[in-house]
Design a binder for this molecule. Structure first.
Ligand SMILES: [Zn+2]
Length: 295
């Protein structure tokens, strides 16, 4: 602890000196911002936590990754800033540039560029057999599904700037994974979309709990996902709870971590009681289990 404090102190003294001379600061990119991210090896579907330790004189911090603006929040009272990046499950593997800009009180800007490598993840595949009428949709149903998708998509565009979650996220119930995140679904021998959430085993009527604090932004009964709840945790982070038999919350309601949202069921396109648990982060479909790793 002492050693870390000493390093931080030395670093801030060093950065303060550099700040006094703008040119030196700009040239010394590697020390002007201390940037780190977790996990070190990033795969498709991961949530990447970016930490930035800034010098004393830094007034604001901005960033960009994959064409999206990043906004940072302060961790505790220190000079440590953080942002979460969602790596969509279908992101092309490769190296992407992370750009972070810091503005000092005197108006000087320093930019750091970092290379983030996204590795391919082997999600595997799952064969499912369903009655044909559940797979082949008639025109009216297709229209209904499209309208529903539009409505849900709208939600991801309305990001709140405040952070509502606190501490660790929890699993909505204890059940085992019966269909993992990202698997390629092969429905009646035809390849379909990847699974954008994780299916957890649930008994009919089992209580489903909110993964963290937030605001309920969707309560609806949808064709595929049945009775559905979406909770907005702020800063572009949402959790989804599908196929419920009963919903106990309403849109606009604030919920606490662990608060019961409803009961497990098998509504929508489902062959038995289970919970489909999904996570969106800045419109990226990410693995709910990477949410559980956040501190
Ligand atoms: Zn599912």
């Amino acid at each position: 602890m002492k050693v870390r404090f000493l390093i931080y102190s030395l670093l801030s003294v060093f950065l303060s000196i550099l700040l006094l001379s703008g040119t030196a600061f700009a040239k010394q990119k590697e020390v002007s911002l201390k940037v780190g991210w977790l996990p070190r090896k990033i795969e498709q579907g991961d949530i990447c936590v970016v930490n930035v330790l800034v010098a004393k004189g830094i007034r604001s911090l901005t960033g960009e990754f994959q064409g999206k603006d990043l906004s940072f929040y302060k961790v505790k009272k220190g000079r440590l800033f953080r942002t979460l990046i969602g790596i969509d499950m279908e992101t092309d593997p490769g190296t992407y540039q992370l750009v972070i800009s810091a503005k000092s009180r005197s108006g000087k800007t320093v930019k750091g560029r970092y290379r983030i490598r996204i590795k391919e993840r082997d999600f595997g595949e799952q064969r499912i057999t369903l009655p044909e009428e559940m797979v082949e949709l008639d025109e009216d149903t297709l229209k209904q599904v499209e309208d529903e998708e539009k409505k849900v998509k709208e939600i991801w565009t309305k990001e709140r700037s405040d952070r509502l979650w606190r501490g660790k996220f929890i699993k909505p119930l204890d059940g085992e994974v019966i269909s993992p995140f990202g698997v390629r679904r092969i429905l009646n021998d035809l390849p379909r979309n990847r699974h954008s959430g994780v299916d957890l085993e649930a008994g009919m009527g089992e209580e489903i709990r909110s993964s963290n604090a937030g605001i309920v932004v969707l309560v609806d009964e949808l064709y595929f996902s049945g009775k559905s709840v979406v909770v907005d945790h702020g800063r572009g982070l949402y959790t989804m709870y599908f196929h419920l038999s009963r919903i106990d919350v309403e849109e606009g309601q604030r919920v606490k971590k662990g608060e019961v949202l409803g009961l497990a069921g098998s509504t929508g396109r489902s062959t038995g009681p289970h919970l489909h648990w999904g996570v969106r982060l800045h419109d990226a479909r990410v693995d709910p289990f990477s949410l559980l790793k956040l501190k």
